[in-house]
Ligand binder design. Sequence first.
Ligand code: SAH
Length: 220
Amino acid sequence: MKFQVVTLFPEMFEGVLGSSMMWKAQKEGLAQFELINLRDFGLGPRRQVDDTPYGGGDGMLLMIEPLVAALEFAISTARSDLVAKKPKVILMSPSKTVWNQQMAAEYAASDDDYIIICGRYEGFDARLEKFIDTKISVGQYVLTGGELPAMTVIDSIVRLIPGVLGGENSAAIESYSDGDNLEFPQYTRPEEFRSMKVPEVLLSGNHAEIAKWRQDNSQK
Ligand code: SAH
């Protein structure tokens, strides 16, 4: 699965995509990441990417020309073994449909590749919507740019690609994997910390009892 991210701040992704499970997924060829700097597609000698909104208003908007040029570049460098297949184009946006675990699972199970466009400033020229397949919001609040949302979405998808997490079951029985249930509480050593004890049943070795306790203690 390949992710191409169009952003003004590619360096923001280095730590997240270069560490832990995201790093492992790349190393094992389960996910590929390509960062495309929107600035490279800016207009004129100053590589301008933003301008003031028609009709007035505070702030700047990302201009349509650099965005579409970057998008078309991304499409042209999509995976060569999938030339016939266009990657799905996602725009990060504080829209009303909010990303969730079921969507992450559907994306992880698909054989699609994704181009993710990160907005900045006041957003983007609305004509960009003609070029995208879907908008994704990470919540009903406004962030400074689409980079943190893009990293959130990528992480939530990639960790569900089979083979990325260690135990194959670790994603199957966690919060939201089954509707809106939350995972049961878990404990590790020591057995007692500042008079707080690990529930006896978890130390019992009785698998049926443990399973029942966990079922009863999952938060609905
Ligand atoms: N003026 C816009 C907000 C722009 S924030 C408005 O009022 O709706 C700048 C960019 O950050 C957005 O274009 C989007 O790409 C990204 N962004 C901000 N909040 C987001 C969220 N909750 N989910 C996804 N992307 C978000």
